[in-house]
Each structure stands twice: as structure tokens, then as C-alpha cells.
Ligand binder design. Structure first.
Ligand SMILES: [Zn+2]
Length: 312
């Protein structure tokens, strides 16, 4: 992890706001009330909140957090910047307890809430299909959850354990979904909506893949049951090791760092691991660039969670 903790954006409120505003408003402040661009002045004074602007056009006041996941938060901006950088730079994630201690937050609840807002900023709500001509997408699924949880869900009449479907473009993005099961009906719509039909796809030999694979330019499989993991056919490397590698990091993070994850939040953790994978150093995205992208991702998103009763 490479974070320069002496950077003022992590400990100086004015520097943190200036950093956030530069990312959020590359062309100068944008009034959320009337849309005027670059037509506002900072409200200065002992009683003014940091980051407060007044619009020349409509005379209303605003800050850069309006319309973002930071809106209505009482948490200081430098703590948002630090939380975002930590979550972006840690390969397996950062627990809410760790965030609480590192950021000096008042409660676990506040830390948990912040982390989920950062995950929301990392989420891609308008994804375009991955893969394409001459590109390879590896597809696999894995199950999550402890055996006890499985028994509880069986008792309630649900499918056992949670199933995660992941699509990874070699040399590109990862995209994961919490699906209800491993039937063709569950998997096919997500795969067809998220992978270009011109892609070459690679899977293991699970029974549901031939029908789905027929929709793509080509479909090769490795036979894990026979201990086959990599096979070379001419220039074609047939394997699902890339997606397996993604799961290995994801599972180590979920087991070692997060430990508890309620079923209804699983998609948020998936968004976090997808984001770090998709914005990784092997693709030229370093820790600082990744954090800048996550800060940019706060726009146009709100979380519907209740606000913590007590802010940090
Ligand atoms: Zn205005």
C-alpha cells in the first residue's frame, strides 16, 4: 500500500475540500440549484462551513457534496479522503473496526456506514458489456457463506449458500453478481447482458455452460474434475485461472478482513473487489489514481441507509 499519510488532504480540512472539489468540479464550482458553472464564490467567515459556496446567479448556497454519497454527512472531509484511500489501496479491504481506529471515529456504526458509502462510490451502476472481438472472458461461480448459515437458509426454504457469478476479461475488468443459484435461468441473463457476443469465453465444465457458451464466438472449457487447469491449443491458452485468482483475493478478504457479511450486503463487497481489480496496477492504475476514481464515483449516488445517530 502506498499512501502518503503526511499529505494535507488526510489531516487538513481545507486541503481535503480543495482536493475533493478539484475532482468533482474540474471546470469550477457547479451550482446544484441552477446549474451555473464557475459562477460561485466561497463563503468565508468564522461561522461558514468548510466547502460552502454562494452562487452569483441564484444566490443560493451549496457545497460539492450535494448529490453525492458524502451528502448530509457530518464526517470531516479529510476522513472521507482517508477512508477512500485506505479502501482503494488495501488489496483485501479494510474492516470497519480498523477504519474506526485509524480515523478516530466515534463509533463502529459510523465506520461501517462510511465504508458502505465508499463501496457505493466504487460501484458501476451503468456498466457496458465486457469482452469483444479477439477478447477472452473467463466465467466462473463460487459459493459463499458458512455451513451453519446454509442450514438456516435451507430451513427457511431458500437455496443453500450464496452464489457469486464473476466475469473477468483477460487484461481488463472484473464484474461480479450475487445470484440466486446456478441454474441457466439465473446465470444466463447476467452473462448475456454483460459479455459481448463476439468474445471467446472460457469456463469449467459445469453443466449449465454449454447452452450459454453457444451464444458466444467460441467456448472452451477446462476439466477441473480431472485436475486440468491449463491447456494450450496453438496460441489459445485455455484456463479459468484469471477468474480463480480474483476469487482467491475476494475470499481471503471476506474471510480475513470482513468476517461478517449479511446476505443483503454481499453485492457491495463484490463492487469493492471488482473496483480494485478493474482499476489495478497491472493496468497502469496506481493507488492514487484508483482513489481519485473512487472519489469521482461519489457523484449522482445516494445511499438509502439510515444515517448514524452520532457522527464522528
Ligand atoms: Zn445557482
Amino acid at each position: 500500500m502506498s499512501i502518503d499519510l503526511t499529505n494535507p488532504i488526510f489531516n487538513d480540512e481545507a486541503a481535503a475540500w480543495a482536493h475533493f472539489e478539484a475532482i468533482r468540479w474540474p471546470d469550477g464550482p457547479v451550482c446544484p440549484h441552477c446549474g451555473a458553472v464557475g459562477a460561485a464564490d466561497k463563503v468565508i467567515g468564522a461561522t461558514a462551513r468548510p466547502g460552502l459556496y454562494r452562487c452569483h446567479e441564484c444566490v443560493k448556497q451549496f457545497t460539492a457534496t450535494i448529490g453525492t454519497v458524502y451528502e448530509s454527512s457530518h464526517i470531516p472531509m479529510h476522513k472521507w479522503m482517508l477512508a477512500t484511500h485506505l479502501l482503494c489501496a488495501s488489496k483485501k479491504g479494510v474492516s470497519a473496526h480498523q477504519l474506526m481506529r485509524t480515523l478516530g471515529l466515534g463509533s463502529y456504526r459510523t465506520a461501517w456506514f462510511m465504508a458502505h458509502r465508499v463501496r457505493e462510490a466504487m460501484a458501476d451502476h451503468d456498466p457496458t458489456p465486457i469482452g469483444g472481438k479477439d477478447k477472452t472472458v473467463e466465467i466462473d461461480e463460487t459459493s459463499m457463506g458458512k455451513q451453519e448459515d446454509a442450514l438456516k437458509t435451507i430451513a427457511k426454504g431458500y437455496n443453500f449458500r450464496n452464489v457469486v457469478l464473476t466475469l473477468v476479461e483477460r487484461g481488463g475488468s472484473a464484474r461480479s453478481f450475487h445470484v440466486d443459484g446456478t441454474t441457466i435461468a439465473e446465470l444466463k441473463p447476467a452473462i448475456l447482458a454483460n459479455v459481448e457476443r463476439e468474445s471467446a469465453i472460457m469456463t469449467d465444465q459445469a453443466s449449465w455452460y454449454p447452452e450459454i457458451g453457444a451464444e458466444f464466438a467460441s467456448h472452451d472449457t477446462v476439466n477441473h474434475a480431472k485436475d486440468e487447469y491449463v491447456r494450450r491449443e496453438g496460441d489459445n491458452l485455455i484456463t479459468t485461472n484469471t477468474v480463480e485468482g480474483f476469487y482467491s483475493i475476494f475470499k481471503r478478504g471476506m474471510k480475513g478482513v470482513y468476517q461478517h457479511c449479511k446476505e443483503r450486503h454481499l453485492h457491495r463487497y463484490l463492487a469493492e473487489f471488482d473496483f480494485r481489480y478493474t482499476n489495478r496496477i497491472a493496468l497502469g492504475v496506481d493507488d492514487t489514481m484508483r482513489a481519485t476514481r473512487a472519489v469521482k464515483g461519489v457523484e449522482g449516488k445516494r445511499l438509502t441507509y439510515h444515517r448514524p445517530r452520532q457522527a464522528a
